[in-house]
Design a protein around this ligand. Structure first.
Ligand code: SF4
Length: 344
């Protein structure tokens, strides 16, 4: 058992939506209702609402057959009535298409009105004990402090993926659901927004921001402003129709094969730059042209790339795996390379 789960089992607060025995599966319907109520509303304010709701609408069927007026009446006090309308719509869909049960496929759950990535993960994790990740404000705060992450998931698609990957790492093994719940509880009761109680935290011996005495800096208060970066990305094609990729010491695409790219300024993005000359050596160029500039975001960088298409009359010597077909290039790990190919 991980120290985090041990801590949770010893410290979990009793909440109306939590089972008395922490390892019991929860009713997915109750998980869903509690999670939607907890969005934008404090735990203390949700407790009574949740208990009343479950008495009036104990099942998906009971909720689906109620009138919208009744549903909204029982949502009174929680605000954000679109949440209640979506709950009602989803209950009807569950009855019509899924026999009143939740599907167990993440994509199918996420397709239901008002259910996002987080709520879908919570339903699968707490209701079905599946090893599915969750990521809410509490987890974001814990992860940001634990690993000194100086950007928020909202900064870009890559930033969001960075956080979700950490969440996925925690949501593994048979205790995945307990790890998830423990992280939520930790964020709520120990790793609080103001004055985290690090002495009581199971991560105190590994938490980077605690060890470096800078918990106050994480998570960053505001979205870090974007840093603009302008560069050239070169698609070098040899006489066999293959394109060149390498694993270079690049600023963005490290440790992965990518088209050569480097920083420059819009004024210098013309002709064959020296950086490319160094790669192709004496190989004869039969044609080259610049394609359309395109935008791309990586963490807090807003990148503008100008693709440079070069056709060689022959080829130059490189590792065998450096020359790949264009189809293979479309499957390179970063979409930056795919975008470059598409902007001829
Ligand atoms: S040690 Fe402190 S800052 Fe780090 S995760 Fe725990 S409570 Fe949060």
């Amino acid at each position: 058992m991980s120290p985090l789960v041990k801590w949770f089992l010893a410290n979990a607060a009793a909440l109306p939506w939590r089972p008395a025995a922490p390892r019991d599966k929860r009713d997915p319907y109750a998980v869903w209702i509690s999670e939607i109520m907890l969005q934008q509303t404090q735990v203390a304010a949700v407790k009574e609402h949740f208990k009343n709701w479950m008495q009036v609408f104990p099942t998906v069927q009971a909720l689906a057959s109620a009138s919208e007026e009744t549903v909204l009446k029982h949502w009174q006090g929680l605000g954000y009535y679109s949440r209640a309308r979506n709950i009602h719509k989803t209950a009807k869909i569950l009855v019509e298409r899924y026999n009143g049960e939740f599907p167990t496929d993440r994509k199918e759950i996420e397709a239901l009105p008002g259910i996002g990535k987080y709520t879908a993960g919570a339903i699968l994790s707490f209701g079905f004990h599946k090893a599915e990740a969750i990521l809410d404000g509490n987890l974001i705060r814990v992860f940001s402090r634990l690993y000194k992450i100086d950007f928020l998931p909202t900064a870009s698609a890559e930033a969001s993926e960075h956080y979700w990957n950490i969440a996925r790492d925690f949501a593994t093994g048979k205790d995945a659901y307990l790890q998830n719940e423990a992280l939520m509880e930790l964020g709520r009761s120990v790793c609080k927004v103001k004055a985290p109680d690090c002495k009581a935290c199971p991560f105190q011996s590994e938490c980077k921001s605690y060890l470096e005495n800078c918990t106050g800096k994480y998570p960053p208060k505001k979205e870090r402003s974007y840093t603009a970066w302008y560069g050239i990305i070169a698609i070098i094609e040899n006489a066999n129709g293959k394109v060149f990729v390498n694993i270079g010491d690049y600023k963005f695409l490290k440790n992965q094969p990518a088209f050569p790219h480097f920083e420059t300024s819009p004024q210098l993005a013309e002709g064959i730059p020296a950086e490319i000359d160094r790669i192709i050596g004496n190989a004869k160029i039969s044609d080259f042209h610049y394609g359309k500039e395109f935008k791309h975001s990586i963490t807090h960088h807003k990148i503008t790339m100008k693709p440079l298409f070069i056709t060689l009359a022959g080829t130059f010597k490189a590792n065998k795996e450096s020359w790949i077909t264009k189809e293979e290039a479309l499957n390179l790990p970063s979409s930056l390379c795919q975008k470059a190919l598409a902007n001829k």
